[in-house]
Design a protein around this ligand. Structure first.
Ligand SMILES: C[S@@+](CC[C@H](N)C(=O)[O-])C[C@H]1O[C@@H](n2cnc3c(N)ncnc32)[C@H](O)[C@@H]1O
Ligand SMILES: [Zn+2]
Length: 362
């Protein structure tokens, strides 16, 4: 059982119970779309994702399973039957079936990087004006590991391994999606995106329009970070020198500088979560509130321990005190889902440092 869904597993077919949280978040996203949609679960394995999307959300019309493994397709069919679902199940690579199937909502959940499948994914949307793409990347070591060669190879971007690497990695993944979307004349809008355990996830709305495609590309750029003083920033082009202390910056990009989530969409997910009895209900609510707070803030965060250590502050300030101080100065400052000991804020770096210093003395 996963949540309310009965299903069988097999030692030959991939099933990771630790991804239940990811499937639950994604199922809430499917429900939050609201309009009637045809779903293709393109890397279905046991079929548990697609089954949960269909059984938990009345707006899912047709469900199609795709997997390259015949054993997986057999298991997904068996699990659909067990739940009285009339799903179509096709054995084959997403690359061949992209020319045969259409989807309003496509699930891309491969082993490792989703990059080689993105062009195939957009072919599923060929007849559509608007569609939804749900992407998981488990190659966190590539996106967040700071090794340039594998990240350039798969994502055409330079990564950066530092205290906010998980946000950088997620934004590199979304950038790659925006690039492929643009080639299909589609613009992207991330609806909900997060980093959890050893994977990165984003559900996006994609809309066919040459203008929107170009607008998405205009939201690509770089983040930079000075190891000497901890200053960080974002811009359309990397800034080589730290504007705070003149040291050489590290930088990452291109990456997505736009929002990672849509406030209205997350509000719908929150409302749905309240009505459901998921075992992760509280953790999900917490996560969704954190995501809401992150909207419209800069594309990086501040690890309080790391920043304090860099500046010789011995007493770690309490996070809520730092947030309060920045709020009192008229800035937005919130906790972030990326790290329990980090904050996001639109305050200038000097003000953030000053806030940490003041609170460290209290
Ligand atoms: C990580 S598992 C999917 C897990 C599943 N979505 C879940 O939530 O439990 C990846 C699956 O993709 C299948 N696969 C690998 N390459 C594929 C391809 N090119 N096209 C379709 N399926 C593929 C594998 O057989 C495997 O079952
Ligand atoms: Zn500096």
């Amino acid at each position: 059982m996963e949540e309310e869904i009965k299903f069988s597993t097999s030692k030959y077919i991939f099933y990771n119970p630790a991804m239940t949280f990811c499937r639950t978040m994604s199922s809430l996203a499917v429900g939050a779309i609201g309009e009637k949609i045809d779903v293709v679960d393109a890397f279905c394995a046991s079929g548990i994702r697609g089954l949960r999307y269909k059984l938990e959300n009345p707006n899912v019309k047709n469900l199609t399973f795709v997997d390259i493994s015949q054993k997986a397709i057999n298991l997904a069919k068996k699990n659909a039957k067990m739940n009285k679902i009339k799903g179509i199940a096709k054995r084959g690579s997403i690359s061949e079936l992209a020319f045969e199937l259409n989807a309003d909502f496509l699930e891309i959940d491969p082993f490792g990087t989703p990059s080689p499948y993105l062009v195939d994914a957009f072919r599923f949307f060929n007849p559509k004006k608007v569609a939804y793409l749900s992407v998981t990347a488990t190659d966190v070591a590539v996106l967040c590991g700071g090794k340039v060669a594998p990240c350039m190879k798969n994502y055409h971007s330079i990564p950066m391994n530092n205290e906010f690497t998980h946000e950088t990695g997620l934004r590199i993944m979304i950038k790659r999606i925006a690039e492929v979307a643009a080639e299909f004349n589609m613009g992207i809008e991330p609806l909900v995106s997060f980093s959890d355990r050893h994977y990165l996830k984003s559900v996006l709305r994609v809309t066919r329009s040459a203008d929107l495609a170009y607008n998405s590309l205009k939201q690509l750029g770089y983040v930079f970070h000075c190891k000497t003083c901890g200053f960080r920033g974002k811009a359309a082009f990397p800034e080589q020198k730290c504007s705070n202390c003149n040291s050489v910056n590290n930088f990452a990009g291109q990456l997505w500088l736009g929002n990672l989530h849509c406030a209205k969409f997350i509000a719908k997910m929150l409302a749905l979560n309240k009505k459901r009895n998921y075992k992760d209900k509280e953790k999900i609510s917490e996560m969704l509130y954190l995501l809401t707070g992150e909207i419209e803030l800069p594309p990086y965060y501040y690890n309080i321990h790391k920043v304090c250590k860099l500046h010789g502050l011995k007493a770690m300030p309490r996070t809520d005190l730092v947030l309060q101080t920045l709020n009192d100065h008229g800035y937005k400052a919130v906790k972030t889902h990326f790290s329990k000991i980090a904050i996001k804020s639109d305050a200038p770096y000097k003000t953030i440092l000053e806030g940490m210093r003041t609170c460290s003395k209290d």
